[in-house]
Every structure is written in structure tokens, then in C-alpha cells.
Write a protein that binds this ligand. Structure first.
Ligand SMILES: Nc1nc2c(c(=O)[nH]1)N[C@H]1C(S)=C(S)[C@@H](COP(=O)(O)OP(=O)(O)OC[C@H]3O[C@@H](n4cnc5c(=O)[nH]c(N)nc54)[C@H](O)[C@@H]3O)O[C@H]1N2
Ligand SMILES: Nc1nc2c(c(=O)[nH]1)N[C@H]1C(S)=C(S)[C@@H](COP(=O)(O)OP(=O)(O)OC[C@H]3O[C@@H](n4cnc5c(=O)[nH]c(N)nc54)[C@H](O)[C@@H]3O)O[C@H]1N2
Ligand code: SF4
Ligand SMILES: [Mo]
Length: 724
């Protein structure tokens, strides 16, 4: 029987609405949902391939238990019993500090990830919590934590109304945007230019986004902090500031920017001093403007300083919390993700390298150090939830060598891959179409206030478990309640806690109500749906699960409006323009301005028909431009004698890869996409023409100091012709 289902695509941050046609439980076609008020029918090749992703025969259907080098299919009861035996043994022998967990990128998209990450982390009772945040956006969160007191207070560009957009280290025409959920970036950027606005892109590569821009500056990798300090310098020196929000620290900011005149940074950044001055003046002169920076500037040295400066520039030019500038989204669900107390970091430190905790986690860059180094608190068991750090984390191969040292590892993942193959037990979540979906996190950074819920389109078979149930049972196991405990009871406990807090919160939609009565009246087929219903009822729009179900294409809740006053959590009660924690790093940056550049600098690259490491097994997405090649400028290729293949070497390792000659990349810079280099596991498509692991080159010992975030961009390398 043919049916139609409307769903949000869960793959990337663009949260596009999709229209699926199903024949029984098989997706036969996917188109963009024209009636979705945010995405209006937009779809990318990944969303269009959702059927193939869902039906990939290499996706696991049943749990696997490893026996030596072999895998045996197991029942869920057996698998959970094996996890209970494995984890309780480690707790008995070594205590809870021997437990570790890693939460990968898909946990930021799934309902189960949002609902269970914190309860699971708390039940583990360990400091060894790691996540993809420290190989992604943590610098932004630390900067927001220090400036606003809330690391979840992330301002997004007012894309549809701005007159002047400066995009730094992001390529939304291929990534479809990030920390800025805006389906159909191409249309939105065209509209910007059609209404007379300007698009400026700062990127070492002339990306698809740069090609669509009015102006492109091919900056040297890793130098955005210096560039932005120079912009601040000009804005202050030329008295071009129009601050519209309540700030403190302007004098300290002035002192920090003093030595960063455009002339002082031009050579370091590889951008003319005049161009830098103009950048600042144009931002100040535009009726409205927004500076937006993403992974090219987060996963780089001085990532946190850069993210801080992005918002400093938005503030100085009067564009912070202001229409056409950057604004904060007001979500349909209650903001339980905001902590009431001011942000703090470094409450504890990692055991081996003494790296500070941020947002309750330690840097992935030091995971291998921790697993390899004996002593009290050495991790001996790992829960790998939706992550592939062997391909995604800096010096991933070292993590691959460290994982076999663990006494026990469980992975929650649909694939047996480079990372999960080291697990003792692998537990596959159901297919995408079998899970309900709601973007708890992406909706926080949407360019309009917007909400949408998608029920599961295909029911679970009796031998499948929802991802939420898997996470609930793992939580119960590590809490000592055992593999047989009732997960629904845990869901209700979590909901009770949340409702108790929300009914006491002035202004919440359930303020002053009896939590038990609210809980008794909740709607929803399972824990995640009931949890969502609770948060919607407590949210600012008086919505509910039933209201969202009645609008399967999503609900537009209006344009973003100023609201920073209610978000500020700093001790001073104001926005900190020059948080003290950043001063040392600015000094370090100043002393690095004269540093001689390495022979070549490596940067990354995202490809439209790929997503990190986990879509290379999907045949329809393979081929064409979606290949693992090293982009080299023809002049560099000539100078280095490169033809078809090259060997790249860094402090961390060496790989041999196909060369793609292209004048879109800045001279002195080479680009290699990440997520390739598939080995082992059970991915028959991905392991053919597997590419190489870019993270064999990235160096886990170099991080953005303030956030512990890995440096993927601006890695010093040497490149020579391959001899074989
Ligand atoms: N197709 C596709 N889409 C994706 C993903 C994917 O893998 N593929 N991944 C998703 C995820 S997890 C994320 S976090 C987002 C990321 O979204 P984006 O941040 O937009 O992703 P990138 O395309 O990596 O863009 C980073 C840009 O920074 C540039 N860059 C590198 N170094 C520097 C530097 O030092 N300075 C400056 N100014 N620029 C630099 C790179 O050339 C690149 O164009 O994309 C998401 N969407
Ligand atoms: N050199 C370099 N490295 C990078 C980056 C870069 O730009 N350059 N980008 C970084 C960024 S921004 C990110 S976000 C990380 C990603 O880092 P990770 O999250 O560690 O890696 P992914 O490749 O996204 O792996 C996701 C895993 O989750 C599984 N999975 C997919 N869907 C689901 C699901 O619904 N449930 C569960 N349980 N599992 C699922 C996949 O099979 C895969 O094993 O990579 C980072 N690494
Ligand atoms: S842009 Fe992202 S959310 Fe939209 S269809 Fe593509 S992968 Fe899905
Ligand atoms: Mo990411």
C-alpha cells in the first residue's frame, strides 16, 4: 500500500521538511515539503536519498556481540545482559571514574539524544564525558558563556532581513548551514542580494558560497582572530561604534585591540590592510549587518577568541540582538537547556594533561591520552553513542589503537565501522523513518521561530528497540537498576523532575500548576513524545504535541525578536565585552603574529553529498565531486612537482592521496575532506574507494586552549609527490 508521510530530515542542521512516499515500510520517493513554512520545498541530495539511507543493507538490524574476531547476532535481552555484565565488572574492579562516554553528532539531532544525554551522563558518575562539541562548536559556546553567562545563548544571523552578511569560515551552500538552521541557504542568499544587500565571504578557498558573494577574501588559515581584532581596532579608532545593548568592558576591549591595527595583521592574515579597514567601515555603514562564523573558525587555533570577536563586532556595530543583525530564537519548547546560574568552566581538569572541563565534558583531543595512561581514573569502559572518532577526532588512528585497551565497550550505532568494530556489543537504533523526530537543538538556532514534529512513519518490528529505549536501558544499567528495569518508569521520572522545575518557574506555561496533574494529562506514544508534550505545554507559545501533530508541515512562529535581556546570566548582569579569561590568549596571539608560516597549511572541506563519516556507504550519494581528494593550487603543484598523487605529512602522521588541481584554493593551503578512510567494519560500499583519513594528519596535542577544541584548520603539513 502506498502512503505519504511528512517528516523533518534529521541529517544536518537545515531541518528541511520532507514528503516521503512509502510502499509498505519502504520509502519509494522523497521530495521537499512545499508546505513547510521554513524550508518551502527545499531538499538536498542527502534528503532525496533518505530512502536509500534507510534501506542500506549494511545497516545493522539486530544487536551484535563480539566473540574474539567474530560477531554473533544476539537478542536484545542477551545484548543488555552482556552490557550489564561488562559495565558492572568494570565498576566493581575500578570504580566509576573508569567509565567514559562519547556522544557523537547524531545525538544532537535525535530525540533520544536530547532526552537521555544528561541522565545517562549523570548516572555514569564519571568525569570522562566527551562529545563531538570539542571537535565542533565548543568555542562558540565558551565565548557565549563568558560574554553572556549562558553557553546556550547563541545568536543567529537574521538571514532574511540583513543588509550585509559577512560569512567567515562557513560554506553554507554545501554544508547547508550550522548554528543557523536555515533550509535553502541558496534562496536566502539570492534574496539578500536581490534586496540590495551584500555578501562577503572570508575563506581560504573560493567555495561555492564565496563564488556567490560580492566580495571574497582568501584569508590564511587560523588567522581570523587577528583579522577580527583589527576590525575591532578600526571600529574603535575611527569611532564607528553604535552599541545598542548593555555592555561592560569597553576600555579593556580597547586595550586588547590596541596593537592590532590593520597594518600589523595584514601579512599574518594574508589580506591587505586597506581591505581590512574597508571590511570594518562597511560593517559600520550598512543599515544592518551580521557577522556569522562557523567551523572553519571554531576548529582552529584561537577558536574561542574568534567566536568572542564575532559577537563583539556585532555588538560594536549595533547589530546584536537587533533586527537585521544577529538575534536569539525563541523556541516552542521550554528552555530547560539554559542553566539558571552563570557559566563556569574548569570546574575539574583532565587527568593526564590537566585540560579544563567545559560544559561538563572533557576534550575529545585528550581521549586517547586518558585511555592509554595507566593510573587511578583511567577509563576502562566506553559507551560510544553515535560517534565515529576514529575518523572524526584529531589523530583518530591513535584512538583506534587505544580502543582495544578498554576492558569493555558498547556502541549504539547503526553501522559496524572503524570505531564501533572495537565494541564488545553493538546496539543498532531503528531506521530514520521508524523514529519520531523533533529538533530540540536545531530549533534553538533557527532563523525564524519555528517548530515541527514528525511522528515515526514506519512502526517498529517486534525485534527492534527505539533509540530512546536503548538509551533508557543503558542509563538504568549504569545507575545500578539492572537490565530488566522498566525504561518507561525512568522516562516518567525524568518528566517529573522537569515538570517540578518548570511549574516552579515564573512565566513558564505551566507555572503554578500541580506537576503531577500536568504529567497525568500528557499525551504521546512513548517517553520522548510525552517529554516533548511537557516542554511544549511549558513553552512560550502554549503549544502541545496535539497542536504540532495537527500541523504536520510545521508551524511558523514569527520572525526573531530582540530578547537578550532575559538571557544574560553574567555576574555583572551585563554583556561582558572583554572577559578576563580571554586576555591571556589575546597576548599569545599578539606574540604569534610574527610567526613564520609553515610550508603548507591543511584545511578541511565538506561535500554536498556527504555528511561527516557515515553516508559514504550509500551508493546513490557516491561519485562525482564526492571524492576524497587533496585540493592543491596549480602553482603549488608545479613548485612541489605534484601530479596525480601526493604524500602529505604532519606532526601526527602521513597519508597518500589523489591530487585535484584547483585554483579555487589559496596558494600555500591544501584541503582534504574528513570522514573518509573507511577500513574494516561492515560497510561494503564505503570500504571500496575508501579515501584516506584526514584526521591521521590532525594533531591532538594542539587545541584551542580556552575550549579544548581540536584544530582541524591550519594544520602545518609538507606535501610531496607520491613515489609509488
Ligand atoms: N554536505 C555536508 N553538510 C554538512 C556536513 C557534512 O559533512 N557535509 N556536516 C554538518 C556538520 S556536523 C557541521 S558542524 C556543519 C559545518 O558547516 P560549515 O562550517 O559551513 O562547514 P564547512 O563546509 O566545513 O565550512 C568551513 C569553511 O571554513 C573554511 N576554512 C577553513 N579554515 C579556515 C580558516 O582558518 N579561516 C576561515 N575564515 N575559513 C576557513 C573552509 O574552507 C570551509 O569552506 O555542516 C553540516 N552539514
Ligand atoms: N578533519 C576534520 N575533522 C572533523 C571535522 C572537520 O571539519 N575536519 N568536523 C567535525 C565535526 S563538525 C563533527 S560534527 C564531527 C562528527 O564526529 P562524529 O559524530 O564522531 O562522527 P560522525 O561521522 O558524525 O559519526 C556518526 C556516527 O553515528 C552513527 N549514526 C548515524 N545516525 C545515527 C542515529 O540515528 N543514532 C545513532 N545511535 N547513531 C547514528 C553513524 O553510523 C556514525 O557511526 O566530525 C568532526 N571532525
Ligand atoms: S539540507 Fe540537510 S536537512 Fe535538508 S535535506 Fe539536505 S541533509 Fe536533509
Ligand atoms: Mo559538526
Amino acid at each position: 500500500m502506498t502512503t505519504t508521510a511528512y517528516r523533518t530530515c534529521p541529517i544536518c542542521d537545515a531541518i528541511c521538511g520532507l514528503r516521503l512516499t512509502l510502499d509498505g515500510d519502504r520509502v519509494t520517493s522523497v521530495t521537499g515539503d512545499e508546505a513547510d513554512p521554513l524550508s518551502r520545498g527545499f531538499i538536498c541530495p542527502k534528503g532525496a536519498s533518505l530512502g536509500a539511507i534507510d534501506a542500506d543493507p549494511d545497516r545493522l538490524r539486530t544487536p551484535l556481540i563480539r566473540e574474539g574476531d567474530d560477531w554473533r547476532e544476539a537478542s536484545w535481552d542477551e545484548a543488555f545482559a552482556a552490557v550489564e555484565a561488562g559495565l558492572s565488572g568494570v565498576i566493581e574492579r575500578h570504580g566509576r571514574q573508569a567509565l567514559a562516554a562519547y556522544f557523537g553528532n547524531p545525538t544532537f539531532h535525535t530525540m533520544a539524544g536530547f532526552l537521555y544525554r544528561q541522565p545517562l551522563s549523570e548516572s555514569l558518575g564519571t568525569r570522562h564525558i566527551y562529545s563531538v562539541s570539542t571537535i565542533d562548536q565548543m568555542p562558540k559556546q565558551v565565548a557565549c558563556g563568558l560574554m553572556l553567562g549562558d553557553p546556550m545563548a547563541i545568536a543567529v544571523p537574521d538571514l532574511d532581513r540583513t543588509d550585509h552578511l559577512v560569512v567567515i569560515g562557513a560554506n553554507p551552500l554545501e554544508s547547508n548551514g550550522s548554528l543557523c538552521s536555515a533550509p535553502d541557504f541558496p534562496r536566502r542568499l539570492r534574496a539578500l542580494r536581490r534586496r540590495g544587500g551584500r555578501l562577503v565571504v572570508i575563506d581560504p578557498r573560493r567555495t561555492r558560497t564565496a563564488k556567490a558573494a560580492d566580495e571574497h577574501h582568501a584569508i590564511l588559515p587560523g588567522t581570523d582572530a587577528a583579522l577580527l581584532l583589527a576590525v575591532v581596532h578600526v571600529l574603535l579608532a575611527e569611532e564607528l561604534t553604535t552599541i545598542g545593548v548593555d555592555v561592560t568592558g569597553l576600555d579593556e576591549l580597547r586595550a586588547l585591540a590596541r596593537d592590532f591595527a590593520p597594518d600589523a595583521v595584514a601579512e599574518h592574515c594574508g589580506i591587505d590592510a586597506d581591505a581590512i579597514t574597508r571590511l570594518a567601515r562597511d560593517l559600520a555603514a550598512a543599515p544592518t549587518a551580521a557577522v556569522y562564523a562557523r567551523t572553519g573558525t571554531c576548529t582552529a587555533e584561537f577558536g574561542t577568541v574568534t567566536q568572542w570577536l564575532v559577537d563583539v563586532v556585532n555588538i560594536l556595530t549595533g547589530n546584536f540582538d537587533s533586527q537585521g543583525g544577529v538575534l536569539f530564537t525563541r523556541t516552542a519548547h521550554a528552555e530547560i537547556f539554559r542553566a539558571p546560574e552563570p557559566y563556569q568552566q574548569g570546574r575539574w581538569h583532565s587527568r593526564v594533561k590537566g585540560m579544563p572541563e567545559t560544559m561538563g565534558e572533557l576534550p575529545v583531543a585528550t581521549l586517547a591520552d586518558e585511555i592509554e595512561t595507566p593510573g587511578e581514573g583511567q577509563p576502562r569502559a566506553l559507551l560510544m553513542i553515535a560517534g565515529n572518532p576514529v575518523l572524526s577526532a584529531p589523530n583518530g588512528p591513535r584512538i583506534g589503537r587505544a580502543l582495544p585497551n578498554l576492558e569493555f565497550m558498547v556502541a549504539v550505532d547503526p553501522y559496524l565501522n572503524e570505531t564501533t568494530r572495537h565494541a564488545n556489543v553493538v546496539m543498532p537504533p531503528p531506521r530514520i523513518t521508524q523514529s519520531p523526530h523533533y529538533d530540540f537543538l536545531e530549533q534553538i538556532v533557527a532563523v525564524r521561530n519555528y517548530t515541527r514534529f514528525s511522528p515515526a512513519a514506519v512502526p517498529l518490528a517486534s525485534d527492534q528497540r527505539s533509540e530512546a529505549e536503548i538509551m533508557a536501558r543503558l542509563t538504568l544499567i549504569v545507575a545500578g537498576a539492572g537490565a530488566a528495569a522498566d525504561p518507561a518508569q525512568l522516562d516518567e521520572q525524568i518528566i517529573e523532575q522537569v515538570l517540578t522545575a518548570l511549574t516552579q518557574l515564573p512565566g513558564s506555561g505551566v507555572s503554578g500548576q500541580d506537576p503531577a496533574a500536568v504529567q497525568a494529562g500528557l499525551d504521546g506514544a512513548d517517553g520522548p513524545e510525552r517529554f516533548l508534550d511537557a516542554l511544549l505545554k511549558a513553552g512560550p507559545y502554549g503549544l502541545s504535541l496535539a497542536a504540532l501533530r495537527a500541523e504536520p508541515h510545521g508551524i511558523d512562529l514569527g520572525a526573531l525578536e530582540p530578547r537578550v535581556k532575559e538571557l544574560i546570566r553574567t555576574q555583572s548582569g551585563r554583556i561582558e565585552l572583554a572577559p578576563a579569561e580571554l586576555a591571556d590568549d589575546v597576548a599569545r596571539l599578539r606574540s604569534g603574529l610574527v610567526r613564520r608560516p609553515a610550508e603548507m597549511l591543511l584545511i578541511g572541506r565538506r561535500q554536498l553529498r556527504s555528511n561527516n563519516s557515515w553516508l559514504h556507504n550509500v551508493e546513490p550519494l557516491r561519485g562525482g565531486s564526492n571524492r576524497c581528494t587533496l585540493l592543491v593550487h596549480p602553482a603549488d603543484a608545479d613548485r612541489l612537482g605534484l601530479a596525480e598523487r601526493a604524500v602529505i605529512r604532519s606532526a601526527a602522521g602521513e597519508v597518500e592521496v589523489a591530487v585535484e588541481h584547483s585554483d579555487t584554493i589559496r596558494q600555500g593551503v591544501v584541503s582534504l575532506p574528513h570522514g573518509w578512510g573507511h577500513t574494516g567494519g561492515r560497510q561494503r560500499v564505503a570500504t571500496t574507494d575508501a579515501g584516506v583519513n584526514a584526521n591521521a594528519l590532525t594533531d591532538e596535542s594542539v587545541v584551542d586552549v580556552l575550549s579544548g577544541t581540536a584544530v582541524f584548520n591550519g594544520v602545518p603539513v609538507t606535501v610531496r609527490p607520491a613515489t609509488s
